[in-house]
Design a protein around this ligand. Structure first.
Ligand code: GCU
Length: 666
């Protein structure tokens, strides 16, 4: 009892099955390391922590190579072995549990896999667990500012205590690193993409170095977001033009300065010419010019440049959906090999449901990384339970058809479709300094799911939910079933009371509650009406040839799925079509009735979630139970409020009564 969520999925609760416990104790005589590398030490420490907590045994380390049995052996394989660098194998050999890999990181990942196995009280007999990542750069992006605030953060303030660094290194940095390493995450961008130039100052570089020292011990590289105009604002140069020799020299020197403090620095993440951020276009140059200049500065080192494709212009007659494709596809083949272009999963902005971005598959000569959002900017902040694995999977499994059927987004991203040398998955972090890391206890599952999928995108949302629930919440099978059920339906329920039938972006300002009536903003594309297009005729954004023709950015096979309003899956309908209020949909209901139906049943389904959660009560930690139960009450209240906002607003156009079945109870 009294678990405050701090330990996440690394709780190492005592093993209760006496047979299994006995078996584990048979391998607790020693840990034999292979060398004394830092990451190897972390792996040993983690095993020691795990054994102490799981089976109450102190287990000591040795470097001796004698013929001992009954322990755990780390075995570094020769570099020539034909397994993936970071992959691992766990098996029984010579009376020991042996964890082998070509790299120390692989040993660490194998260690966490073994501890997971033990947390689940699985037998060691016939032990043969292997793993290897499908994607090379698996990273979190923190949108954290130097003042400790977090852009779109809902779990307190930043984990990074810039004012204390570099002298004081908060022990929490290590727990952060452990949690990430346990999932196979191997990179972290510490600061907001709307970047402060301050991070390029020596004062901050040494602070970053202190954090990097911790991350390194867990196989995690540290990256920074950069402010493109830093040569001017920080360096005092007259320009930040990427083709200007003095600017190029400035970045070279800057990168060298960083490597002096952080020898394994990961690289830069860049948001340029997007939402008012400076960039190469300020000087008539292209994204490729900007990215390649930075890549050149990294040429002596291992680091990379991650250039974001999140761009659009404030043009009331354009369709923001099309912007990234229009700007980036012509640049395919023009980027330096050290550049990865990072693309959000959908064409707009982390909506509860979006079609996949049409950029995927359409830049065969440029490695495209994918960016998901873990923080719930459009998903109810920290009061709505939304299990996001469904969102990630939906996108990864989408077929782009660029090389015929089966050309999924996952295959674009993992490099197998176009042979990208560098592959990347990034998740915008949902962590903050609240004790349980993510605010909503169930939001921890989104961090977990992202990490697991960045390692292996073939895992199912359900498998991951099962794992997470067992490790984090309860060993009771029945309770787990109820919680997993709740998690798996949570996204669809949220969509129903928030953006049913393919509506998008009704939120303005802080992006919390739908305000579909919003028609004034500092830009036309920063209003709600720009997206939903409600009028006396109907609702939805026509993206067919008769409208913005955004559909033309997809392959014909994809167009065929979404071109015809009668055949478009209802979940995407209003993304691509303006539909009359009275039009009969495939369900037999008119658009208006179907909308009301979904909004009402969505809001009511939160009660179902509450019931599911309550069924697990007796098998949950009391504190976690209450925390989630209370948040679900808030979710229920907000879902009703949001449903009402939509219904009452749209009714002013549809001019129809709420269908009788869905009349709110008197
Ligand atoms: C969204 C978000 C911004 C963020 C931007 C980005 O628009 O609201 O806060 O800066 O995405 O991804 O760059």
């Amino acid at each position: 009892d009294g678990d405050d969520g701090y330990r996440l999925w690394l709780r190492y609760e005592p093993v209760t099955d006496p047979v299994v416990k006995g078996e584990y104790l048979k391998f607790s005589a020693f840990i034999r390391q292979s060398g004394k590398g830092e990451i190897m030490q972390s792996a040993s420490q983690e095993l020691q922590k795990g054994f102490k907590s799981l089976v109450n045994r102190n287990i000591s380390r040795t470097n001796s190579s004698g013929n001992m049995s009954g322990g755990i052996v780390f075995k570094l394989l020769p570099r020539t072995t034909s397994v993936d660098d970071e992959g691992y194998r766990i098996q029984l050999a010579g009376g020991n549990v042996e964890i082998s890999s070509k790299s120390e990181s692989g040993i660490l990942y194998g260690t966490f896999a073994l501890l997971k196995h033990m947390q689940m009280q699985r037998p060691l007999k016939n032990l043969n667990i292997t793993g290897s990542p499908k994607v090379r750069y698996r990273m979190l992006n923190h949108w954290d500012n130097p003042d400790g605030s977090i852009e779109r953060g809902y779990a307190g303030s930043s984990l990074w205590k810039w004012y204390e660094l570099p002298e004081r290194v908060d022990p929490r940095y290590m727990d952060y690193a452990r949690a990430n390493a346990s999932l196979g995450i191997n990179g972290t961008v510490l600061n907001n993409v709307n970047a402060s130039a301050r991070f390029m100052s020596q004062e901050y570089i040494v602070k970053v170095a202190a954090i990097a020292d911790v991350m390194r011990r867990y196989g995690i590289k540290t990256y920074l977001s950069v402010y493109f105009a830093a040569p001017k604002t920080l360096g005092g140069l007259p320009t930040s033009d990427p083709l200007d020799p003095s600017v190029r020299a400035w970045w070279k020197e800057k990168v060298a300065q960083i490597y002096k403090e952080i020898p394994d620095f990961g690289g830069f993440l860049v948001k340029a010419n997007s939402e008012g951020e400076p960039g190469p276009q300020d000087y008539g140059r292209t994204h490729a010019d900007g990215a390649n200049m930075l890549a050149e500065a990294f040429s002596p080192y291992d680091g990379i440049v991650i250039w974001r494709a999140f761009v659009y212009k404030a043009d009331p007659n354009a369709d923001r959906f099309k912007a990234a494709y229009e700007e980036f596809v012509p640049l395919d083949g023009k980027f330096d090999p050290k550049v990865i272009v990072q693309v959000k999963n959908g064409p707009i902005d982390f909506q509860p449901r979006e079609p996949f971005s049409p950029l995927f598959g359409n830049m065969p000569k440029t490695p495209l990384g994918i960016e998901f959002q873990l923080t719930q900017e459009y998903l109810g902040f920290a009061t709505h339970a939304v299990y996001e694995a469904a969102i990630f999977k939906e996108c990864l499994q989408s077929d782009t058809y660029v090389n015929g059927g089966g050309s999924t987004v996952a295959k674009v991203v993992d490099g197998s479709l176009h042979g990208y040398a560098r592959t990347l998955m990034a998740g915008v972090a949902n962590t903050g300094n609240v004790r349980n890391w993510t605010g909503h206890p169930l939001a921890q599952a989104n961090w977990y799911a992202f990490g697991r999928l960045s390692w292996d995108h073939q895992l199912s949302a359900e498998q991951i939910a099962q794992e997470w629930t067992e490790l984090t919440l309860t060993r009771n099978r029945k309770a787990r079933e109820n919680i997993v059920d709740l998690m798996l339906r949570s996204r669809e329920i949220y969509v129903d009371y928030n953006t049913p039938l393919g509506l998008s972006r009704p939120w303005m300002g802080v992006h919390f509650a739908p305000e579909p009536w919003q028609n004034k903003g500092s830009r036309p594309d920063w209003t709600a009406v720009y997206y939903h297009r409600a009028d006396s005729v109907g609702l939805g954004f026509d993206r067919t040839a008769a409208g913005s023709n955004a559909l033309s950015q997809y392959r014909p096979e994809v167009q065929k799925q979404w071109n015809d309003p009668d055949k478009t899956p209802l979940s995407y309908l209003l993304w691509f079509h303006h539909i009359g209020w009275g039009k009969k949909l495939s369900t037999g209901n008119t658009l208006w009735d179907e909308l009301c139906g979904r909004l009402y049943s969505g809001a009511d389904s939160v009660m179902w979630m509450q019931k599911k959660w309550d069924l697990a009560k007796g098998n949950l930690d009391a504190q976690v139970y209450t925390d989630v139960a209370e948040r679900l009450k808030v979710q229920r209240r907000e879902a009703i409020w949001w449903r009402n906002a939509w219904v009452l607003y749209l009714q002013t156009f549809a001019k129809q009564p709420i269908p009788k079945d869905f009349q709110p109870p008197k």
